[in-house]
Design a protein around this ligand. Structure first.
Ligand code: SF4
Length: 243
């Protein structure tokens, strides 16, 4: 919808700045969608109450649930953004991750699903605690966790996917959706220990930061540099950690 006469039209620079705080300009450039962080798709009643209240107070009374398990309030007029941000200061809601960084981590409900081999929600919370502040990557970096080979959270469509299998972890690397989707490569070694898993995730993010070109997704970096080189370097790191 084009801007109407009298609407405030925002500069590209300000729109880019707002995007860093997970506030996304809509088509008319005068209304914004405000997205909140979820980890593993979990919410508390308190957060849900705030989302509902803010949607009615600042948006158009609707809430959109994103494909990555986030929640966003659409159609917030620019003039109400400051008041919404003020209200968020006393809310448990946090802005979603946005830009060239480790994004919100998605997960299936494997903690209580009868098929699950691992506690997906705890693992996801721990992964986010450890890696959720990684910024300045070549591009976005998406992580998904699932509890079994049903792969409900689609780990193969993420830059890094973790799947429970027995007491072990299966890793997928370089997956992505979008215009040029890519199915993640299965890391050719089973990870048997959570400490090793975290070492591998850390090393993977570092490898991507070192080898990735600007705006290049991890899967493209793997294809350009070579999966065998990536695996060899990861194995060296895992073995040198003597875990
Ligand atoms: S991936 Fe497996 S554990 Fe997770 S929700 Fe689906 S069936 Fe359950």
């Amino acid at each position: 919808m084009p801007p109407k006469s009298g609407d405030i039209v925002i500069s590209d620079a300000e729109i880019a700045q707002l995007k860093e705080s997970a506030i996304f300009a809509e088509k008319d450039r005068t209304h914004f969608s405000v997205r909140f962080l979820t980890i593993g798709g979990m919410m508390t009643p308190e957060k849900l109450r705030d989302i509902a209240a803010f949607a009615e107070r600042f948006g158009n009374g609707t809430v959109h649930l994103t494909t990555r398990q986030g929640a966003e309030i659409p159609h917030v007029p620019y003039a109400k953004l400051a008041a919404l941000r003020k209200a968020l200061e006393t809310s448990p809601l946090k802005p979603a991750r946005s830009g060239r960084c480790v994004r919100s981590i998605t997960a299936c409900p494997g903690t209580y699903c009868k098929f699950s081999d691992i506690d997906t929600q705890q693992l996801t919370a721990d992964l986010f605690e450890q890696f959720g502040d990684r910024n300045n990557l070549p591009h976005k970096f998406k992580i998904a966790v699932c509890g079994c080979s049903h792969c409900c959270s689609k780990p193969q469509e993420n830059d890094l996917g973790v799947m429970g299998e027995g007491k072990n972890y299966i890793i997928f690397v370089g997956g992505m959706a979008g215009k040029t989707p890519r199915w993640g490569d299965r890391f050719p070694f089973v990870i048997r220990d959570k400490t090793v898993l975290f070492r591998l995730v850390d090393a993977t993010i570092q490898w991507y930061t070192k080898h990735g070109n600007e705006k290049e997704r991890f899967g493209t970096t793997i294809e350009r540099v070579g999966l065998s080189q990536f695996v060899a370097e990861m194995m060296q790191i895992i073995e040198s950690s003597k875990l």
